[in-house]
Design a protein around this ligand. Structure first.
Ligand code: CAA
Length: 254
């Protein structure tokens, strides 16, 4: 499928989704977000794709497109919100990595928060400047940011609208890896993950995502169920037999 606001390419079981509106620093409009939703449907259903990277050339993105929002009524703003598609990305059954250089602001950083991992340059410019526009992050930011870095640090970023460097975001845990070339680093990691057993990755992600939503006992019980399900996969048999036979496992995704 071809798109107008994103570019999707697949290589070595890794899909790279490039945000592509360079004239407005990749600002996310409704069309781009709708295309992200379609791309994730397609990539989720494509058995050749094991890992997905989201990135943008020079800049990840400077947030939601402000020109699209200025005259919205409350009802229109509710419909404009990106959360249904962002939730789909957060719940994608495959690992998703954000590779960030340049600006990653507002709705763009909220998109990165939906990814499993965030790799950024030390000089990336990261923040939630919505407060300076008279709003606050409305694409999951008030919920995902405190879960990741704690309520106080999340409030500091959201209340001030401060734009911080990638290295400061790393110190907060907002970014988990610093790299001069985030896309290269993300690709190396993605190719490593692509060789791992996909069902185990998928069920591990379900368990870890559930940790945000449920109490500890419920979470541990959910983990036990998902863990036991793995013993119905041939990849579990292959992984353990390969260990015993002192050879490298070959996983088939079943
Ligand atoms: N929406 C629409 N257009 C944007 C944009 C945005 N979020 N960010 C940048 N652009 C456009 C600029 O208007 C400019 O277009 P023109 O050349 O046609 O004038 C072009 O991109 C280049 O931007 P600048 O000239 O401003 O570049 P700069 O280097 O001087 O500044 C910047 C860069 C600091 C990122 C600045 O562009 C900026 O502050 N952008 C807005 C950032 C922001 O507030 N993001 C949050 C949006 S709200 C949101 O995301 C809500 C939500 O929770 C979903």
């Amino acid at each position: 499928m071809s798109y107008e606001n994103i570019i999707v390419r697949n290589e070595n079981n890794v899909a790279v989704v490039n945000l592509n509106r360079p004239k407005s620093l990749n600002a996310l409009n409704s069309d781009m977000v709708a295309e992200l939703g379609k791309a994730f449907d397609e990539l989720t259903g494509d058995a050749q794709v094991k890992v997905i990277i989201i990135t943008g050339e020079k800049n990840f993105a400077a947030g939601a497109d402000i020109t699209n929002m200025v005259e919205l009524t409350p009802e229109e703003a509710y419909d404009f919100a990106f959360s249904p598609i962002y939730n789909k990305i957060a719940n994608c059954p495959k690992p998703v990595i954000a590779a960030i250089e340049g600006f990653a602001l507002g709705g763009a950083m909220e998109l990165a928060l939906c990814c499993d991992l965030r790799i950024a340059t030390p000089t990336a410019k990261i923040g939630f400047p919505e407060i300076t526009l008279g709003i606050f992050p409305g694409a999951g930011g008030t919920q995902r940011l405190p879960r990741l870095i704690g309520a106080a640090q999340a409030k500091k970023l959201i209340y001030t609208g401060a734009i911080i460097r990638g290295e400061a975001a790393y110190a907060l845990g907002l970014v988990d890896t610093l790299a001069e070339n985030p896309l290269k680093e993300a690709t190396t990691l993605a190719e490593d993950l692509a060789a791992k057993p996909p069902v185990a990755l998928k069920l591990a992600k379900e368990c870890i995502n559930a940790a945000d939503d449920v109490d500890l006992n419920t979470g541990v019980a959910f983990e036990a169920t998902n863990w036991a399900r793995l013993f119905a996969t041939s990849d579990q048999k292959e992984g353990m037999r390969a260990f015993i036979e002192k050879r490298k496992p070959t996983f088939v995704g079943k």
